[in-house]
Design a protein around this ligand. Sequence first.
Ligand SMILES: Nc1ncnc2c1ncn2[C@@H]1O[C@H](COP(=O)(O)OP(=O)(O)OP(=O)(O)O)[C@@H](O)[C@H]1O
Ligand SMILES: [Mg+2]
Length: 239
Amino acid sequence: MTVAKLSITNLQAGYGDVQVLWDISLEVNPGEIVCLIGSNGAGKSTLLRCISGLVAATSGHVVVDGKDMTNASEAGVVSAGIAHVPEGRRLFSAMSVHDNLLMGAYLRKDKAQIAEDLDLVYSMFPVLAERRRQDAGTMSGGEQQMCAIGRGLMARPSLLLIDELSLGLAPRAVELLFERLRQINKGGVAILLVEQDVMDALALADRAYVVNRGRVSMSGESKVLAADPAIQEAFMGLA
Ligand SMILES: Nc1ncnc2c1ncn2[C@@H]1O[C@H](COP(=O)(O)OP(=O)(O)OP(=O)(O)O)[C@@H](O)[C@H]1O
Ligand SMILES: [Mg+2]
C-alpha cells in the first residue's frame, strides 16, 4: 500500500471563535494532482494555511508521509517537502526576483544543488532569468506568479500547494502556468491546487474535492466531477 503524501482527517480550524473548517478529510497521493474547488469564503485558503502551519488546527490530523504533522511549524512543514504558493503570491516586492527565489531555499544548506535548482527554475521560466535583478513588485502579475511558483520549487518540494493560480491573470499567462504545472508534476511533484477556473483545474487534476462552507461536499475523479450537472451549474456557468 502506498503511503499518502498528505492525509488529512476530520480537520477543524478557524480564526479565534469563528470556526471555518468542519471535519475536513482528504488525501493527496505521491505524484498526484488534486484540485480544491469551492465558492468564495468556503475555506480553501484556510485549509492550505492549516496544512502549512499558518493556521492552527483545533482538532483532526494532518499527516505527511505517514508522520503526524498537525500544528507543525512552518519550517517543519517545508522540511517535510511541502511548499505553499499563497493566494496573492506574497513576494517580497522590494527584493529582486533572484533574492525572492533564494528565499524559497532558506532552510537548505546544499549550495551546489540550490544553484542547480535555480538554473532549473530559470530554464522553466526564462523571463525570470531575464529579469533576475528586477524588483519582484515591478513585474507583471503573470511574472510574479511564475516567481512565486519558482520560489516554491526552490524548497525542492514533493508536494506543492498552490492557492489561486490564475487569479487576475491574462489567458495566455494562465495557459503557460498550467503547462508548467504539468511539467512540474511530470518531474514527480504532487500538487494540491486551489483554482477559480474550475474547468481548467479539473482538466489538469486527477481528483478533486469540493469545499462548501468549510466542509467537503463532493469528491472524486476530476473527469467524473467535470461531467456532474451540479458542478457544471455551480462553477462553470453551465446549466
Ligand atoms: N485572517 C482571518 N481572520 C478572520 N477570518 C478569516 C481570516 N481569513 C479568512 N477568514 C474567514 O474565513 C472564511 C474562509 O476564508 P478563506 O480565505 O479560507 O476562503 P476561500 O475559500 O479561500 O475564499 P476565496 O475563494 O475568496 O479565496 C471566510 O469567512 C473568511 O472571512
Ligand atoms: Mg482563498
